[in-house]
Design a protein around this ligand. Structure first.
Ligand SMILES: Nc1ncnc2c1ncn2[C@@H]1O[C@H](COP(=O)(O)OP(=O)(O)OP(=O)(O)O)[C@@H](O)[C@H]1O
Length: 672
């Protein structure tokens, strides 16, 4: 018989997430390293944008080998005496088994290498050497490695007293209680970085931060007491701030595996640079072996930051009873109608009046002559509240308009794609706001064709997803954006995949319906899918027009080239005929009209050569194509065709002198 445990147990949120860290994106050491960088970078961007500052974010990742880690933190292993205790010391049996296995693997590899060599012409030795290098690299990847991760920004900074709570207490955030587009959402990310550190490294997090107008930098070192879900501050001091720096620098030591996630991490940074071209990102990797260190800089390409997102009110259709009670408790409205119009979006004063009258009737108050229900919300009984909530679910409210959202904007999206990937062609579109469960969302998209960047693979659709301007890199196949992009009939728009097509979709909303707390993908949803499709179709139609124009220009060019090809032969032939006629008087009288006598004379005197004919023919071809071009433009004018023209930013940075361009031409201003 199994006895039910009599002792009831509770778990703090910190303990829960420590035990279930996978749901927050902290799976393996490699993924945890990636997620840690991501969480800190996204907090930095939120912090800068919140105060309207162009973000400068720098990330440093310093590799710390196991040996150095042990020395650094004084945990060097004592000399081994009882060797049998250690799992990395082989027993006799284990060694024999390993050697046997290795021999079998070697024999197999040799056999395979011989087969491959016969096929490819490569030498067996080369193949084996490469395999050995691969094995060594895999062995390196499986070694335990630690990293000192530091992320510094120029954002809002954090009030000194808030730091331990905001970063050392799970489920604490300044982004709760507001209906607002933010990257952060759960009040979890930075704390998970510390919890991950505590689980493998047990070192505190260090935070330096200063807010505007503060003449010192606050410094904190702290851990989380998982059981109490509370910060444990180990050191707190005020440092001098001679440069009046505002921002935050968070530093933590974690276990990780950069080798396995290097490409993922760099892709993440590239994508975040695409969607935030007004930010500058530095990524410095400091390896144990200096030659493996590197530095990547993603430069700011515009000072035009999207208007920051604004706090919106809750939409009445997305309000549950608990939220209703909370809002009532926190409000000072004396009348229900004022409460409704003051606290919720899409309820005007007149609608609030209608709602209250209707509610009074339905509630029986009006029918019983007890006056209406426009009382203080705080005096409402539980039944009245339940009734109000149900009523709010039945009423048809206008959708939220999305005015408080902050999409990257077509300009930024185009600029980001151009600066990071430099494709041959790109089209962008920003859709209008759509509502989903009381939250507005906007889909913006870019579709690119070609380019040499390895991020765009040829012969396929390369889908890049963003949600609230965060790149989403995992669960690609399950995401609504990928699924929608894959159902598009690209050939209908004359878009072939040969050159590699890039599909960039960014969704912003006051509530992104992520699947899970790790914010990795958005599940299937008809409304989102419909809006994504619409945006992609718009981009695809623009590209079809551009491709048609390019094809037309190409054909013109080819025709011209073909004509030009004949010019030398034709000139030589004409000259040859004239040259043979010049001395035959009978021919002159029979075939040559007066007007041509001069030509023959000039040929005879050597004043007219084949090169002159070639020159004239070239002039003719030139003129013809200028006239055709003019005619083409006139036709377009008649059809009142308007071309999109884009003006690049005035910047002295390399490769970005301002340019006016459309599908036909580019005017480049040279900065002097
Ligand atoms: N670099 C920073 N600058 C200013 N404030 C910060 C910074 N990093 C974190 N914060 C503050 O700490 C809070 C907690 O951050 P945390 O990453 O734990 O959660 P979040 O960003 O609110 O949500 P999510 O778990 O979805 O990322 C944030 O809401 C923010 O107020």
């Amino acid at each position: 018989m199994v006895r039910a445990s009599k002792v009831s147990q509770q778990k703090s949120p910190a303990e829960f997430f420590a035990e279930n860290k996978t749901i927050a994106g902290f799976d393996t050491p490699a993924k945890s390293l990636y997620t840690s960088v991501r969480e800190l970078v996204e907090n930095s961007l939120d912090a800068a944008e919140r105060v309207g500052v162009l973000p400068d974010v720098s990330v440093t990742l310093e590799e710390i080998s196991l040996e150095r880690f042990q020395k650094l933190y004084g945990v060097e292993a004592a000399e081994r005496v009882d060797k049998g205790l250690y799992k990395d010391v082989e027993t006799e049996r284990e060694r024999n088994a390993r050697e046997k296995k290795q021999k079998q693997a070697r024999d197999r590899a040799e056999k395979d290498a011989k087969k491959k060599a016969a096929k490819t012409g490569e030498s067996v030795e080369d193949i084996l050497r490469r395999q050995e290098a691969g094995r060594k690299a895999a062995a390196t990847k499986s070694r335990r490695v630690f990293y000192r991760l530091t992320c510094k920004d120029n954002g809002s900074g954090m009030p000194c007293d808030d730091i331990p709570n905001m970063l050392g207490r799970v489920l604490s955030s300044t982004k709760y209680n507001s209906v607002m587009q933010t990257r952060g959402k759960f009040g979890l990310g930075a704390k998970m970085v510390l919890i991950w550190s505590q689980m493998r490294v047990a070192q505190p997090m260090e935070v330096r931060s200063s807010i505007a107008g503060q003449n010192f930098i606050s410094f904190h070192r702290f851990n989380i007491d998982l059981h109490k879900n509370a910060p444990v501050v180990r050191e707190h001091k005020k440092l001098q701030n001679p440069d009046n720096w505002t921002g935050t620098e968070i530093s933590v030591t974690i276990e990780g595996n950069f080798g396995s996630y290097k490409q993922k991490l760099l892709k993440y940074l590239k994508l975040i640079a695409i969607i935030t071209p007004y930010a500058s990102f530095d990524f410095r990797y400091v390896a144990e072996d200096e030659k493996n260190s590197f530095f990547h800089s993603y430069t700011r390409r515009t000072d035009r930051m999207p208007d920051p997102p604004r706090e919106a009110k809750h939409h009445p259709s997305d309000v549950d009873l608990e939220l209703l009670k909370k809002k009532i408790a926190g409000s000072s409205h004396k009348k229900l109608s004022k409460f409704l119009s003051g606290e919720f979006s899409n309820i005007t004063a007149s609608l609030a009046g209608r709602l209250v009258t209707e509610l009074g009737g339905a509630d029986g108050a009006r029918a019983k002559g007890k006056g209406n229900i426009d009382i203080s919300p705080k005096q409402m009984t539980d039944t009245q509240l339940l009734r109000l909530h149900q009523f709010m679910q039945q009423v048809r409210f206008a959708d939220p308009d999305g005015k408080d959202l902050s999409p990257a904007g077509e300009y930024n999206l185009r600029l980001g794609v151009m600066k990071e990937l430099n494709p041959d062609m790109v089209a962008t579109h920003e859709g209008s706001a759509v509502a989903l469960e009381g939250h507005a969302f906007i889909v913006e998209a870019a579709v690119s064709i070609g380019g040499k960047d390895p991020a765009i693979e040829q012969n396929q659709l390369n889908v890049f997803r963003f949600a609230n301007r965060i790149p989403l890199l995992f669960e690609q196949g399950n995401d609504v954006i990928t699924k929608t992009a894959n159902t598009m009939k690209w050939s209908r728009y004359k878009i072939g995949l040969e050159q590699g097509v890039g599909v960039f979709v960014s969704i912003v909303s006051t509530k992104i319906p992520f699947k899970g707390t790790s914010k990795e993908y958005i599940g299937d949803n008809d409304k989102i899918s419909g809006a994504v499709k619409k945006a992609l179709e718009q981009c695809a139609s623009q590209l079809r027009t551009k491709l048609a124009k390019r094809e037309e220009a190409k054909q013109q060019g080819e025709k011209r080239k073909n004509l030009e090809l004949y010019i030398p032969d034709v000139s030589r032939a004409v000259y040859g005929v004239l040259n043979s006629l010049k001395d035959h008087d009978s021919a002159r009288s029979r075939c040559v009209r007066d007007a041509h006598v001069g030509i023959l004379d000039r040929v005879k005197r050597g004043k007219l050569l084949a090169s002159h004919f070639a020159g004239e023919l070239e002039k003719y071809v030139d003129k013809k194509y200028q006239e055709d071009g003019l005619q083409y433009q006139m036709q377009n004018k008649k059809k009142n065709r308007v071309e999109d023209v884009f003006l690049g930013p005035l910047s002295s940075e390399r490769g970005l002198t301002p340019a006016l361009s459309n599908g036909v031409c580019t005017i480049q201003f040279l900065a002097r």
